[in-house]
Ligand binder design. Structure first.
Ligand SMILES: C[S@@+](CC[C@H](N)C(=O)[O-])C[C@H]1O[C@@H](n2cnc3c(N)ncnc32)[C@H](O)[C@@H]1O
Length: 245
């Protein structure tokens, strides 16, 4: 057996085996559950192998592979971007670093309330609450009149433990992102927002449909099946004039 085969084999075993952590002593029940889940999650391992900062990368990869929401030269805003795996993908797919000199160079601006390490090619704004006018003004000034081709939001509030409140908070985030996107979107642009399923989602979908040709619910394979998370994808921004606003 060659060394390469052995390496692939051991990676495959690690990707499928249920790993039991050996350092759980003294940790709370929720930390123990989190550690166990992380260690037996194939996407966590895959993210390490592919140099993505976290497993969320695979959610955006799946969405973009299927719906082609970003292309070289695009302007993309990533809201709730830390630690930065969506930004890594957006920077690559838009050619934000200009690595492919034969293709147009894109622009990626990423915002998070937490500080996070810069991502090659992207403009990262850490320590900024996206929902505040100051953060949105900062993005506007960076773009200097350029319109946005794609707005991404994987933003999630800190869970309070009160389901209704958490759902209300994430829905508030979605509206903040939608309002911002609509104010700066290029014709035919796209919008992805994360939601946690709740009674307000149909209204949010209807509101997105006022501005986008098509709105779809997406539950990527890498999104945990026991999570109420899914994404709303709005495609084909149609402008604000026809909406009566
Ligand atoms: C699920 S994580 C995003 C992961 C990211 N998409 C990635 O691939 O690395 C959700 C993020 O939303 C951020 N967040 C929560 N509230 C925010 C706010 N008001 N403004 C900006 N970011 C916020 C959190 O700090 C957290 O980093």
């Amino acid at each position: 057996m060659t060394r390469q085969f052995l390496r692939c084999f051991s990676t495959a075993v690690r990707l499928h085996a249920k790993v039991v952590p050996n350092n759980l002593k003294g940790k709370s029940k929720s930390s123990q559950e989190w550690l166990t889940r992380q260690l037996s999650d194939p996407y966590v391992e895959k993210a390490k192998i592919m140099n993505y900062r976290c497993r969320s990368a695979f959610k955006l990869l799946e969405i973009d592979d299927k719906y082609k929401i970003m292309k070289p030269g695009d302007v993309v805003i990533d809201c709730g971007a830390a630690p930065g795996s969506w930004t890594q993908i957006a920077a690559t797919r838009t050619n934000a670093s200009g690595a492919k000199s034969h293709l147009p160079k894109g622009t990626v601006v990423s915002v998070d309330v937490l500080q996070f390490h810069p991502v090659a090619g992207a403009i990262t704004l850490g320590g900024m609450d996206f929902t505040l006018p100051t953060a949105q003004e900062k993005i506007r000034s960076i773009l200097a009149g350029k319109q946005i081709n794609c707005v991404l939001s994987d933003m999630a509030p800190n869970a309070t433990g009160v389901r209704l409140l958490d759902q209300e908070n994430i829905t508030r985030f979605c509206y903040s992102v939608l309002k911002f996107a609509v104010s700066m979107a290029a014709a035919n642009s796209n919008l992805v927002v994360k939601v946690w399923d709740n009674a307000e989602v149909p209204k949010l979908e209807a509101d997105m449909l006022r501005f986008y040709d098509n709105v779809k619910r997406i539950k990527p394979r890498s999104s945990r099946s026991n999570s109420s998370e899914f994404f709303l994808l709005g495609r084909g921004f149609k402008g604000t004039e026809k909406t009566g606003n």
